[in-house]
Design a protein around this ligand. Structure first.
Ligand code: ADP
Ligand code: TYD
Length: 205
């Protein structure tokens, strides 16, 4: 693999998509490929359909995994082999953190189980930027988005956040934890610097 894979992670409302848009608009990162999970393929459509209904949590996980497998074979692997750098708004850590929370009544350690399900076929990111924020702040930022999604409930997001922090603690070499509860320009400055350093663009914005 010649390119670098960088993923942006965090609870809903942590500011990932906003930073992703800013990265996409910045000339310093114009050589990067921008992508996301859930993807925009029909697998991603199926995932979004599951998210809008009361789909069984195991079934939902399997849809997320199918979307991930398709994402890897169609875009991630060929792009990395081609030497392209990739920035993905959510990736496998979202599954460990979110499904590690939805499945907590079924498994003793659902995070570990979900992580295991990726082994042997996924491509691990070179760098995971975790946008860390108190769910109270993130939910306030989302306004009425909070009413619509079952994933934007406070207690649930607290569990998701703690799962993310556990992942980061277990793999400190791969994760960078960014305090996302700061003015946008400060978060942007830090994230741009981290990514520029990782992909070697020389962009110091
Ligand atoms: N640093 C920030 N400070 C205040 N509001 C922010 C900040 N970053 C993003 N927002 C706002 O918070 C909301 C959620 O941000 P978004 O980027 O969609 O989060 P995510 O993609 O992580 O769910 C948006 O309305 C966005 O404009
Ligand atoms: C990629 C992924 C997302 N999700 C959740 C996080 C979000 O609540 C929802 C949709 O993701 P997304 O569209 O990225 O939401 P947001 O922009 O609000 O962060 O799906 C999982 O539960 N598991 C996963 O593997």
């Amino acid at each position: 693999m010649k390119g670098k894979l960088i993923t942006l992670e965090g609870i809903d409302g942590s500011g990932k998509s906003t930073i992703c848009r800013l990265l996409q608009d910045d000339l310093g990162f114009e050589g990067c490929i921008f992508t996301r999970e859930p993807t925009t393929s029909w697998f991603g459509d199926a995932v979004n359909r599951a998210l809008r209904s009361d789909t069984d949590h195991i079934a939902e996980l399997m849809l997320f995994l199918a979307d991930h497998a398709d994402h890897i074979s169609r875009l991630i692997r060929p792009s990395l082999e081609n030497g392209d750098n990739i920035i993905s708004d959510r990736y496998s850590a979202s599954r460990c953190a979110y499904q590690g929370a939805t499945l907590q009544d079924i498994f003793e350690d659902p995070l570990d189980w979900v992580r295991f399900l990726h082994k042997g076929w996924t491509i691990d990111p070179d760098l995971i930027i975790l946008f860390d924020i108190d769910p109270e702040v993130a939910v306030k930022r989302c306004g009425d988005r909070g009413e619509r999604s079952k994933f934007e409930k406070m207690e649930f997001l607290k569990k998701v956040r703690s799962n993310y922090l556990r992942l980061a603690a277990e793999e400190p070499g791969r994760f960078v934890v960014v305090n996302a509860d700061r003015p946008l320009n400060e978060v942007q400055e830090e994230v741009f610097r981290i990514i520029a350093h990782a992909v070697g663009t020389g962009n110091k914005e």
